[in-house]
Each structure stands twice: as C-alpha cells, then as structure tokens.
Ligand binder design. Structure first.
Ligand code: SF4
Length: 486
C-alpha cells in the first residue's frame, strides 16, 4: 500500500491506522510531492482536509473544513481516512481509529480534561470506538483508580528480567536464549544480576525511594534452578527496603518449570503472587503453538502451587491461537474459572514480526478475527458473571481483530505492578538483560529511559557499562528531569 502524506506531519498516525486494515502489507509512506501509484491513499491539507483512496478498483474521496490547529487537523484527517477504510473493507474496528497501546490511559486523560460524559461521547463520536469497548475502558478505568491512588511521588517498582526459556513458543518474539544454548550463561548471569540488584538498591535507598511492587518476568524466571532463584530473590529481599512493598510477583510461566523446590524458594522469599500460564487447555493447540508442555502438567503445577500455599495465582489464556476453536477456548476459560484462579489474563494473539508464526508466513483473515471476537465476548461475559473485574488493559499492533489484552481479577487480587506499568504511574527500576528503567517525573509526566543490553551474552560481556548507566538514576532524581532534557 502506498500512503502519500501532503502538507502535514500526520504520517505516523496515518500509517498506524492504515496498518489496522492492511496488517500483512508493507506500507510505503511518501512525504514528498510524488505522482500517486495504485493502490494508494493520499492525505492532503490545503484549503480543506482531503483524503483520497484508490485500492483494487475501489475509489473514494472525502474532505472536510480545516480545524483550528494541528491537533484538530490531525484528528480530522485520521477520521476521514478511517471512514474511507471502513467503506473499503466493510469492517468497523472495535477500538475505532485508536491505535495506541493504552486506550484506558487516554480515556482517563479525556475524563480529566472534559469530564466522564464528554469523554464517553468523544470515544464514541470522534474516535468511533464501539460501545462495547467504551464500556470495557470505562470499567477498567474505574477499577484502576484505587490502585493508582496508592502510589506516592517517591514510589517505584522493581522489574527483574530472567531471559531464559526451555524452548521458544511459535507466537513469541521475546529475546531470549534457549536453555540448551544458554545453559553456560545462566550461572554468570545470575551472579551479575545479583550485583546489579545490589547496586540498584543502594541508589534507591540513598535517594529515599519507596518500593511498591516487585515483578520477576522473562523469559521464564523459573527456568533458574531453586538455588539460583533463591539467591536472586534473597538479594532483592536483603538489598531493598521491603517494608513498603505491597506485592511480589514471579512469573512461573511455563508449567514444566514448576516443582516443589522452586515453589518453596519463592515462598521462602516472600513471593506472594505467581503466574502459571496454560494459554489453552487443549493439548493439540499447545502442540500447534510449539509450547512444549501438556495441559496435565499445567493442572499439576497449579495444584502443587495451591498446596504450597499460593493464594494469588494468575493464569494467562490467549484467544485466537492457530487451530483453536471457540468451543475449545470456552473450555479453557471454564477450566480457569473452576480452578478459581485469582487472576485470569485474557490475551489476544498478536502476530509479532519476529515470531516463528509470522516467519513461517501464517497470516490471519477476517474469520480468525471473528473467532477471536467471539472468544473475548464469551470470556468477558463469563468473567463478569463470576464476579471478576477488568483491572488493566492494553493493546498491541498486529493483534488478531485489533482487539485487546485484559487482566481480570477477583476484587482485591488485582496486580498492582501491571497497572503501574501500563499507566506509567511511577518509576520502574529494571535489572537484568532486556530491562528498561523508566524514570518518571511526577510534575510533568516526563519519562526518561535507561536501557540494559538485550541479550544475556551482551549483558555479561558489557556489565560494567550497565552499572555505569545506573548513575542516570541519581542524576535524574538529584538534578531533576529538566536538567536531563536540556
Ligand atoms: S514461555 Fe513465554 S517467554 Fe518463553 S518462549 Fe514461550 S511465550 Fe515466549
């Protein structure tokens, strides 16, 4: 698809919106004056805003008067493009013309600026969000509020990354080393990770920051053996001031990494929330997505975790997986309900560019979108009738049907960390490879990022650089974000 952008700088939004309708096509964006070549979309600002399209014999042109400023011109241009693409495709997107990751944060912002009623009207009439998704955004925002209020100006959360997995699932693009190739890296990685945690804690303690939540993600943190897990967890517990910590989560993730010793190490070290993720309770679907564990292993791991005293367990499901059906998804969801999992996170399959699925040329069509939509509808209705609440929500590009991921929980079991990350409420200090520290200036919402190296071997080889970059945390808090921006 060729996208011609004339006399405006809205190419980013226009490209993202076009991608919603053409997820598998390369979109060539031209910002210089050029002769159009079909198929094309042309968005032009002159004495009016005009959007034209010529795609596979479909020809359409819409125009509207100019707005009062750049922002309103951008919205008008995107609205015209959206209307044309809806006509072309016959599809109304569930989230309308919204393409961002955080629709709930946007909803809150519009509420703060104009009140709830106006925000609802804006979502429906100007962003063309469906009423169903508006209601979901509204409910999620209501439940998030209480959690956001707990955060204080000096609050922060800690993220610890363990970039190892036994094997790679076909839908995943996570940067990680497979256990076979990475076995030798794990021990030096764990040693350095403990050093980084200590160095980070020293800075946080000196600055008087207040630790709210800890989250171990990956990869699969429970790929580490019990002794290694114990060492890393203990380092967190003994280095940071844990008296203010409200939540300590470890993604146990893959059921095939869970055993008594590891669960005991988690329990011993004050971990009070874990994730055990089946993704589906259909063995043939697990096989189709290259997830090398069985449904039976998931149920055993869950039962073992309960026996070990874990009373806050999240389970992830994915709607829209290859070969899955609506009936099979319903059965997966019903199983999570019968286990009475405290949190059930319902993801929609995302066709990540670097995943095996995408590389193998798997593409999704309108039927797949409709199937995923039915799965989410069933999940939402069942979860609500079982008194679960939606407490965080986010979207990714290239999601099947342009739907969403929603964290549902029993009231009182919402994951605070998930809300803080998605809302960008406060600073996240990150340790481990792939970690991104996000320093938040409460006064003006400014975020400064410090990146750790992505791959474990880089992390090990260039560890001194990672420690040197930590001085950015001190600089940020001691001199203020304004200094770092000049
Ligand atoms: S277990 Fe999770 S992180 Fe590991 S490959 Fe599968 S989806 Fe990716």
């Amino acid at each position: 698809m060729n996208l011609y952008v004339k006399n405006n700088n809205f190419h980013f939004e226009l490209e993202n919106l076009t991608r919603l309708f053409f997820p598998d096509e390369k979109i060539n964006v031209y910002r210089e004056e050029q002769k159009t070549v079909t198929p094309y979309i042309l968005a032009e600002l002159a004495d009016r805003v005009t959007v034209k399209a010529e795609i596979n014999g479909f020809v359409s042109e819409l125009s509207a008067p100019l707005g009062s400023d750049d922002n309103s011109n951008e919205l008008i241009t995107v609205q015209l493009l959206y209307k044309i693409l809806c006509r072309y495709s016959g599809i109304n997107q569930p989230w309308g013309l919204l393409t961002g990751v955080r629709p709930v944060k946007l909803f809150r912002k519009v509420c703060e600026e104009s009140g709830v009623d106006k925000a609802k009207q804006t979502f429906l009439d100007e962003f063309f969000v469906s009423r169903e998704k508006l209601n979901l955004a509204f409910d999620t925002e209501q439940h998030e509020k209480r959690i956001l209020e707990l955060s204080k100006p000096e609050s922060f959360s800690l993220y610890v990354g363990i970039p190892f997995c036994h094997s790679r699932c076909s839908y995943c693009s996570f940067v990680m080393a497979s256990i076979e190739r990475a076995k030798k890296l794990i021990e030096p990685y764990v040693n350095l990770l403990c050093e980084e945690i200590k160095a980070t804690a020293e800075i946080a303690n000196r600055l008087g920051l207040r630790l709210e939540t800890v989250y171990f993600g990956g990869g699969t943190p429970t790929t580490l053996n019990a002794e290694q897990l114990n060492r890393v967890l203990k380092t967190v517990n003994t280095s940071f001031n844990m008296t203010t910590c409200r939540e300590f989560t470890v993604e146990a993730g893959r059921p095939d990494t869970i055993d008594k010793e590891r669960l005991f190490a988690l329990k011993e070290n004050n971990v009070d929330r874990i994730s055990i993720n089946p993704q589906t309770t259909n063995n043939s679907v697990l096989q189709a997505i290259g997830r090398k564990h069985s449904v039976e292993q998931f149920f055993s791991a869950f039962e073992l975790a309960r026996k070990c005293g874990f009373n806050n367990i999240n389970t992830d499901l994915i709607a829209g997986l290859p070969t899955d059906t609506v009936e099979s998804f319903k059965s997966s969801l019903d199983s999570m309900l019968s286990l009475s999992a405290e949190c059930i996170t319902v993801h929609t399959l995302c066709m990540k560019r670097a995943s095996t699925l995408t590389k193998e040329g798997v593409s999704l069509n309108r039927d797949d979108a409709e199937t995923a939509r039915k799965m989410l509808k069933y999940a939402q209705d069942s979860l609500i009738s079982n008194e679960y609440i939606p407490y965080y929500l986010y979207r990714q590009s290239r999601m099947v049907g342009n739907l969403e991921n929603v964290g549902w929980s029993k009231p009182g079991f919402e994951s605070l960390y998930n809300v803080y990350v998605m809302d960008e409420t406060h600073t996240i200090l990150a340790c481990g490879s792939g970690g991104v520290t996000k320093l938040k200036n409460q006064a003006d919402d400014y975020l400064e990022r410090i990146f750790n190296f992505k791959y474990p071997y880089e992390y090990i080889d260039r560890f001194d650089e990672i420690i040197a970059r930590k001085s950015g945390i001190k600089r940020f808090y001691n001199h203020g974000a304004d200094v770092s921006r000049t």
